[in-house]
Design a protein around this ligand. Structure first.
Ligand SMILES: [Cu+2]
Length: 355
């Protein structure tokens, strides 16, 4: 299975280089053909950037550099079995009918994502992102006591290219070819009172995947009048097993959004985000315990979130060209291989500036 994925990665990178080769010989006029009366896609519009929660949504013109910083806060609660909410205590052996000695009750994830983009040509935008992550999880024990664990540090470094596919009138599309390097720790430990010691913490508290991951996707964008819209299909393919003996589940996701331009500087947006991810393959022998977060078969799920957002693109003065954006979302559907904590709400704020 892993060698099949490796072949897929090689094939896609070959396709990338073939595209770049072709790029140098295709005149610009053929790449973008203005369509009669249609106004061409405008990269300077406030809503030319997708809602801030979408990554790799836009490309840049030759020579442009962009810096960005996003902050994300996510609150997870309560536990789900399938699409049903269940109380933590109902899953405990002494208080409920469940098999567990420990249950998570809620989790908070904070992430700072620092990013840079650079376009060597109009057809290719390179990008790199490094996250700094802070996680904390509260638990209840079968005897009624509670405790929390926390981890923090850098996550997995992501880098790659966005390759223009076409630009036709007021629509355009690009490929997202992103790799994730295993720079995040998968050996985070914490003091767990029921274990009476410091042990390696369960999978959701680790900071990285530990694997090289390929994240191919495709993004499509359109504009018309004061409206804009877009869609992105994305995936995460774990290429190898990590040093601890497992790989996180593969993922596929899709986003669709629409934005309305209120002025040259401000647009509002609505986004639907659907995600499906698999269980863990293999297991880390250091991660164990009578808690569902330590079970490799207790991780998979699917979820659809709805987000409302605001983009701001400063038009004049000292901060001309700076972009600020915010987006907040909550699930409208989730079905989890639980018991497992579900997402309750999240907010993302971001700053971007191109030079
Ligand atoms: Cu950018």
């Amino acid at each position: 299975m892993k060698s099949l994925q490796f072949t897929l990665v090689i094939t896609l990178f070959t396709a990338l280089f073939a595209t770049l080769q072709a790029d140098s010989t295709v005149p610009k006029e053929i790449v973008s053909e203005p369509h009669g009366s249609t106004i061409p896609w405008d990269a300077n519009r406030v809503d030319s950037h997708a809602p801030i929660g979408v990554m790799g949504d836009h490309t840049h013109h030759t020579g442009e550099i962009m810096l960005s910083h996003r902050f994300m806060y996510m609150d997870m609660r309560p536990n789900y079995v399938g699409s049903n909410k269940v109380s933590a205590s109902s899953q405990l052996s002494m208080q409920g009918s469940g098999p567990f000695q420990i249950m998570p009750t809620n989790m908070q994830t904070q992430m700072h994502m620092f990013g840079t983009m650079y376009a060597p040509t109009n057809r290719l935008t390179l990008m790199a992102m490094i996250p700094v992550i802070d996680k904390q999880m509260d638990h209840i024990v079968a005897n009624g006591t509670t405790f929390s664990t926390a981890t923090n540090g850098i996550g997995d470094f992501k880098f790659g290219g966005l390759v223009g596919l076409f630009e036709k009138g007021n629509t355009r599309a690009h490929l997202n070819l992103i790799m994730s390097a295993p720079t995040g720790s998968i050996e985070e430990t914490g003091f767990v009172p029921p274990a009476a010691g410091t042990i390696r913490l369960p999978y959701p508290m680790q900071l990285g995947s530990g694997t090289w991951d390929f994240k191919p996707g495709i993004t499509w964008l359109g504009q018309g009048g004061n409206l804009s819209w877009g869609a992105q299909l994305r995936s995460t393919i774990r290429i190898n097993d990590n040093g601890a003996g497992y790989s996180l589940g593969d993922e596929v996701g899709a986003d669709i959004w629409g934005a309305f331009r209120l002025s040259d500087a401000i647009s509002t947006s609505l986004r639907l985000s659907a995600n499906i991810w698999g269980d863990i393959e293999g297991r880390d022998p250091m991660i164990m315990g009578p808690v569902p977060t330590s079970d490799p078969n207790n991780q998979a799920g699917e979820r659809i979130d709805v987000f409302a957002g605001l983009n701001y693109h400063c038009q004049n003065g000292f901060f001309k060209g700076h972009r600020l954006a915010i987006e907040a979302g909550t699930p409208i559907y989730q079905d989890l291989n639980g018991p497992r904590l579900g997402m309750d709400w999240m907010v993302i704020v971001g700053w971007q500036k191109a030079f």
